[in-house]
Design a protein around this ligand. Structure first.
Ligand SMILES: Nc1ncnc2c1ncn2[C@@H]1O[C@H](COP(=O)(O)OP(=O)(O)OP(=O)(O)O)[C@@H](O)[C@H]1O
Ligand SMILES: [Mg+2]
Length: 501
């Protein structure tokens, strides 16, 4: 199915999200759609999937102009959207999720539940997806949940598959497997649109590349000849330093110390296994590891979100093992959380409110229990400017921000606190190359001001770009610790895979 978008325009209050966008996606090919945070990628795909009505423009499939009144129309026409945030019901089985919502769809998409189970198995086998129809979604790793989403759209007869940042949450191995699935889909003639911020991925998998900037098409690139630098320049309109400049660290006193920190999961298994770790003032410690090896729990142990089964957490020499998350926050621990939608922001609050989410009750934002509106607004205006949150409209809701801009807002809030310890979990997930450069510079600046920084990242590039010292987590344990300057990505990668002794 050849898909053509002609002159798509979509306006939100104060923002022209798509401005006369035209592009073509070919049958049996992958079109990578790239662009800065807020460039209009997700909006364009929401127009394509019938979620938004465009103000102008046409969607043309195999030469036929379409008119989508709602997502049901788009599904019926063969558009399959795999969203940035999965929309599965965790307590349902795979097959229940797959049939969910099909009932109201008119026409050929209607399925009986009995059939569904058989068809899930059949599609899973045909595309080599290895998904058990009876498994509970909440028990499945993210990579498999994504396959459930893929089965869901394939069952509905999708000819055009849209993936909005599918690899942001995958492990390197899952990314490889995902690319295998994409190849399989291509081979069967599917038209694939792939949104990513990882330029190397776009170059590796795409047949065509379209770059959006400020809602407009900035240009097209040929993946056979383009370099990551070329793409970055097209996206941002300037040259990007893909590596951060930084001097050697001068570590000072110990700010954070973990002694034998132990944590158990619901089944009594160790998810943190006697972890010892220290972070000093003026150094960046990077925690490397494949997702799911205890890094999330490590951060929860430090920020107080989960109780320990044993061990001790010390902050500036004080035992904070039993302090509440709020007490730790107030004591001086900043935290950029891994899951920005669940923990980092309130979507219905304004940007200004989100920027003081956990400090509105204290000086200078409140005096004698009364919030100071002008101070909060001035602070917000300054921060959206400094961290390039776009659009810089502090009265818009947090939920109206694009994925990457929401993340920038959270980083801005946490980094504006003058505190001794900053914990950053996946600080640049979903962030475009230009903003990654800026956030990395800010992290190094914090270090040079003498703050202790702990970075947890599944991106080895990011670990190496920032860390002075690297620890590797595997199976709930710290299996290696080294100076960044004395190791290589290959060596760290081996530890991450549990292969080095
Ligand atoms: N529901 C909405 N209401 C108001 N503005 C919106 C809404 N959805 C998106 N926007 C705005 O439209 C613009 C484009 O957003 P979009 O989500 O399409 O960006 P994106 O390219 O997907 O970015 P990212 O890489 O950060 O995900 C942004 O300025 C965003 O703030
Ligand atoms: Mg987006």
């Amino acid at each position: 199915m050849e898909l053509e978008l002609r002159g798509i325009t979509k306006q939100f209050p104060g923002v022209l999200a798509n401005d006369d966008v035209s592009l073509t996606a070919r049958s049996g090919k992958v079109l990578a759609l790239i662009g800065e945070n807020g460039a209009g990628k997700s909006t364009l795909m929401n127009v394509l999937s019938g979620l938004y009505r465009p103000d102008a423009g046409e969607i043309v499939m195999d030469g036929v102009v379409q008119s989508f009144g709602d997502p049901g129309d788009a599904i019926e026409a063969g558009i399959g959207m795999v969203h940035q945030h999965f929309m599965l019901v965790p307590v349902f089985s795979v097959w229940e999720n797959v049939v969910l919502g099909v009932e109201p769809v008119k026409g050929p998409g209607v399925l009986s539940r009995k059939e569904a189970r058989r068809e899930v198995r059949e599609i899973s086998e045909r595309f080599g997806l290895a998904v058990d129809p009876d498994a509970l979604v909440e028990d499945l790793p993210v990579g498999i949940q994504q396959r459930v989403e893929i089965i869901k759209v394939l069952l509905r007869g999708a000819k055009v598959l849209v993936f909005d940042e599918p690899t942001a949450v995958l492990t390197p191995q899952e990314v490889d497997e995902f690319f295998g699935i994409v190849d399989e889909l291509k081979g069967r003639g599917a038209t694939i649109i792939f949104i990513t911020h990882k330029l190397k991925e776009a170059l590796a998998i795409a047949d065509d590349i379209t770059v959006l900037r400020g809602g407009k098409v900035a240009g097209h690139a040929d993946p056979k000849t383009a370099t990551p630098e070329d793409l970055a320049t097209m996206m941002v309109g300037r040259d990007i330093e893909l590596v951060v400049e930084k001097a050697a660290a001068t570590p000072g006193e110990e700010v954070l110390t973990l002694h034998g920190v132990h944590m158990l999961d619901d089944y009594g298994r160790a998810i943190l296994d006697h972890v010892d770790l220290s972070v000093r003032a003026g150094e960046i410690v990077g925690v490397a590891g494949i997702q799911g090896n205890g890094q999330t729990e490590l951060v929860e142990a430090i920020t107080g979100l989960l109780p320990l089964a044993g061990g001790k957490v010390e902050f500036l020499g004080q035992d904070i093992t039993h302090a509440s998350p709020r007490q730790r926050h107030a004591a001086g621990i900043a935290h950029v959380p891994e899951d920005r939608n669940e923990m980092g922001m309130v979507e219905s609050f304004s940007v200004a409110e989100n920027l003081v989410l956990d400090s509105y009750y204290a000086k200078p934002f409140s005096r004698r229990g009364v919030m100071d509106g002008p101070v909060i607004r001035e602070h917000a205006s300054w921060m959206v400017e400094a961290f390039d949150v776009r659009p810089p409209l502090i009265d818009n809701t947090g939920g109206a921000l694009s994925g990457g801009n929401a993340q920038k807002m959270i980083v801005a809030r946490e980094f504006s606190r003058e505190v001794p310890l900053v914990i950053c979990a996946q600080p640049t997930r979903g962030i475009d190359v230009g903003s990654i450069e800026y956030i990395h510079e800010q992290i190094v600046k914090k270090r040079d001001e003498g703050k202790a920084i702990l970075i947890v990242s599944t991106e080895l590039d990011e670990i190496f770009a920032l860390s002075d010292r690297i620890v590797v987590m595997y199976d709930g344990r710290i299996v290696a610790e080294m100076q960044a300057a004395e190791t290589t990505p290959t060596e760290v990668g081996l530890y991450m895979a549990g292969k080095a002794a």
